[in-house]
Ligand binder design. Sequence first.
Ligand code: BES
Ligand code: MN
Ligand code: MN
Length: 459
Amino acid sequence: MEKAIQYINDNKQRFLDELFELLRIPSVSADLKFKDDVAKCAESVADHLRRAGADHVEVCQTNGHPIVYGDKIFDPSKPTVLVYGHYDVQPADPLELWHTPPFEPTIRKTDIHPDGAIFARGSCDDKGQMFSHVKAFEAMMKTDSLPCNIKFMIEGEEECGSSNLGPFVKANRDRLKCDVILISDTSIIANDTPSIDCGLRGLSYVEVEVTGPNRDLHSGVYGGAVCNPINILAKMIASMHDENNHITIPGFYDAVQELNEAERAELNKAPFDIEAYKRDLDINDVWGETGYTTIERTGIRPTLDCNGIWGGYIGEGSKTVLPSKAFAKISMRLVPHQSSDKITELFKKHFESIAPKGVKVEVRPHHGGEPVVTPTDSKAYLAASEAMLKTYGKKPIPTRGGGSIPIVALFEKELQVKTVLMGFGLDSDALHSPNEHYGVFNYFKGIETIPYFHHYYSK
Ligand code: BES
Ligand code: MN
Ligand code: MN
């Protein structure tokens, strides 16, 4: 391993330059305007894999954005690690809130990143983390120290639902055969407090449409006499939390796995500074379900959030109108053993049942995903734990992540293999927000830790 680590130290500037090149490609998967850039980014990832020493590198076309595959199989008697990551990014808007342009990476110091952070869309989620696997692989290849077989599957649709990855996995079961899946697309607690996510939440996502009168009306002539769909929608959304911030959809909690007191106490042992959390977000207080801590609210409890709401007149000045329609996008984060389809169904039934007679409602389901819990006693988890102990000097704390990577549950189902979520980002790195960044420290710590994972896992 020493030779690989030396190689990494000798090539740091180039590793940064190459990540910058990748970050300059605006690979926004949700917006078809960027389709060519997404394709260009896939080609670039494939080139990097080839140059690092991978075989069978292929940019696999799908009905959506391509999936990049590559591998290095040198000894079938050794274990095989499948590295998954994504090269697509979230849309960058609102653009005016970025201090520097989202696709022109720059390094600036922050309080949390005194060594500097790379500001760019996708720097943390997930180009920086994904690319650290490519660079760690290069370091092992160039120093003859790859201890196991390795496969890469880097997708371009994670941020818009991974709808073509499921069919790809099903159609390529043999090619993807492996002993464990390794993903760096989650967070650690802090740069001096390493942790490993052992669970991710699932997702159920719907769009709702509420229709009142058949056309926009004069709010003086008709106001007060006809349902206003925006007023109604606002009330319907508000009614979905009770005074304890409990979700009111009947049956919503039926399948929720309740942790026992000992498990909850263990979870809450993780260091968490609520004052720093509030300061970072500039809020006076936190919010959430009565009876649960902030760690529990994001880790082991389901949620319901309105992600966007629109309708009526939002142009300049005023227009006295009673709108015909109102819309909202609503997401629910799920925990074991809730099922995404089931929750979507419960939502639809409930939403329709609480609509007053004067409106019509329509619920349109979007993509979803199942929650997962990953083991903390597997050989792979222990290898990740030992690798982090080696490079951070502290044993990582097992945590539960609040975000979702829906494909993880699918990997388990289709490939019958478990995942290790060895992430290196921070929750405060502004993923999906303006001014996303990734610590230079975090980038190199990832590149150094990954070879140790392969080393311990192959022992
Ligand atoms: N990398 C995130 C998920 C994540 C972030 C997990 C931080 C744990 C900690 C991923 O790219 C993501 O944003 N997923 C989406 C899934 C959705 C688009 C289906 C999410 O969580 O909203
Ligand atoms: Mn991600
Ligand atoms: Mn993301």
